[in-house]
Design a protein around this ligand. Structure first.
Ligand code: XMP
Length: 518
């Protein structure tokens, strides 16, 4: 990442844990830049960050399986501090000559750990802490130079360290909320062991990104796909700050937007923000491309590709355009980039990354590519964007197509839009939109069910309401909305939206579900 070398951050080598991103977030919350790299990344790529230390993430493999990923040699040769978490500690142990073996009992969930020998990692911590464990293997013999630093009922070596060489391992997960003092352990690693400085701030990010965008773009012309969502809005403001009128924003109404959204976006950005904005209505084209398509990944591919093609057509109208700027953020990159992350599983391809065709005409400008959502909002605020933009409900690139399960037709979209608007309206009136629900929406299910209205039988569609609490959108819980509020929403939807006779509330967390239904 251009510029960030100056911050001397932490390189996290990713062995495929579902928590790898969380490690990065926890570190950045301390004002230290952290970046994730596949464990197989070339040394040069990782060391371009000039890291102050390395963290080895957890992962699903067993170190003694053939082909299991191992801690790379350059990490050990660097002499810099290392913290191995779960699998990361096991590969460190294995590689340095200790012994890892399958534990008699898997340890999964909460546990108590007794901190033994004093070590910089434990500064300020009590003798016993609550932790979150999730492992099948454990350390049976330490590598030379290491000492046990903590134990639990199941793990004689719940933490280990070679204090002189600044190498540490913890069997538990300090990055998750269920390890309440985990953040202190990470902070100790950053500031006591790695001697990092807390210089990663929104202002520093903006300054560096503006320079990086200017360097990349030069005198070229940039188009940006403005969706009205917070990510593209902040990207637009940042690129605008960097290159001013070299930027033209294109807003594509693909017909998959929420009720009244298109008009609102144009008004906010063209009139209030003063950006150059071209608005295109391409609803018919998108819907005809989606005709008969029900598979979620196929929908995403079609929309992603159409988006770029529509852009190209508009951009050609503008004359020469060299760059396409996008509000891609870090979770988009990580979740969809199976390419970048061979040890993890593909969940879904996000439209602004996975759906891009190979033969695009533009070079990409993605200034938010390394930011988490909460960081994007902080950067947006530092750029002076209003709350009404920064706190809009998040909305996926493929729009209502991934909330209209089954075939996407105009009639079904209209039904969905109206149901969704009712839900949001009721939540807004109850003051539950921003804090009680990080994201709320309606989905239209691909089933019909029997009902009775008046004295007649109905055979109509089902609306599912989804409201979640989350800070990072990587994990989420369903919002405990008041039953009376749900009753009101259900009542209004069946009364006001023709074609719907049943409303259900989604009580799944993520994982195992995802926030969107497709
Ligand atoms: P999931 O469904 O993966 O969603 O739990 C996590 C967050 O990402 C949003 N989302 C998307 N955003 N393009 C986007 O820009 C996409 O293709 C996409 N799919 C999901 C989702 O709304 C939630 O906020």
């Amino acid at each position: 990442m251009p510029g960030h070398a100056a911050h001397g951050g932490i390189a996290i080598l990713d062995f495929g844990s579902q928590y790898s991103q969380l490690i990065a977030r926890r570190i950045r919350e301390q004002g230290v830049y952290a970046a994730l790299y596949p464990s197989s990344a070339p040394a040069g790529e990782v060391d371009a960050l000039t890291p102050r230390g390395y963290i080895l993430s957890g992962g699903p493999a067993s170190v003694y399986e053939a082909g299991a990923p191992q801690v790379p040699g350059y990490v050990l040769q660097s002499g810099r501090p290392v913290l191995g978490i779960c699998y990361g500690m096991q590969t460190l142990t294995h590689r340095l000559g200790g012994k890892v073996a399958a534990a008699a009992a898997r340890e999964y969930g909460p546990a108590k750990v007794t901190l033994g020998a004093s070590a910089p990692l434990w500064d300020g911590l009590p003798a016993e802490i609550d932790v979150w464990m999730s492992h099948g293997d454990r350390i049976e013999a330490l590598p030379p130079g290491f000492a046990g630093l903590a134990h639990s009922g199941n793990s004689p070596y719940a933490a280990i360290g070679d204090v002189a060489r600044r190498r540490y391992g913890v069997q538990f997960h300090p990055e998750v909320m269920h390890t309440p003092r985990g953040v202190d352990i990470l902070r100790n690693f950053l500031f006591k062991v790695c001697t990092c400085e807390a210089t990663w701030t929104p202002a520093a990010f903006i300054e560096e990104s503006v320079e990086a965008v200017r360097a990349q773009v030069g005198g070229g012309r940039v188009v940006l796909g403005l969706s009205g969502g917070v990510d593209s809005a902040v990207a637009a403001a940042l690129v605008y700050k960097a290159v001013g009128d070299q930027l033209t924003c294109i807003f594509i109404d693909h017909g998959l937007l929420r009720l009244g959204e298109a008009a609102q976006v144009v008004e906010t950005f063209q009139q209030e923000q003063g950006l150059k904005l071209v608005a295109v209505n391409a609803a018919e084209e998108f819907l005809s491309a989606l005709e008969g398509v029900t598979d979620p990944e196929h929908k995403r591919q079609i929309i992603g590709e159409k988006f770029v093609r529509t852009f190209e057509a508009e951009a050609h109208r503008l004359g020469r355009v060299d760059f396409l700027a996008q509000g891609t953020i870090y979770p988009d990159v990580i979740e969809s980039a199976a390419r970048d992350r061979p040890d993890a599983h593909r969940i879904k391809s996000h439209h602004n990354v996975g759906g891009l065709p190979e033969d695009m005409d533009f070079a990409l400008v993605e200034p938010l590519r390394y930011l988490f959502k909460d960081e994007v909002r902080k950067v947006g605020a530092a750029l002076g964007l209003p709350d009404s933009i920064l706190w809009r409900q998040p909305f996926p690139g493929p729009g209502l197509a991934v909330r209209c399960l089954g075939e996407v037709t105009w009639e079904r979209l209209e039904r969905l839009r109206r149901a969704d608007a009712i839900f949001i309206d009721v939540l807004h009136r109850a003051g539950l939109l921003r804090d009680a629900t990080a994201q709320a929406f309606a989905a239209l299910l691909p089933v019909r069910s029997v009902g009775v209205m008046g004295d007649g039988r109905t055979y109509n569609e089902v609306v599912a309401l989804r409201a979640v609490t989350t800070t990072d959108f990587m994990t989420a819980d369903w919002a405990r909305l008041p039953a009376d509020l749900l009753a009101q929403v259900s009542n209004r939807i069946v009364n006001e939206v023709p074609g719907v006779n049943r409303v259900v509330y989604d009580i799944s967390s993520k994982p195992p579900a995802t926030i969107e239904w497709e």
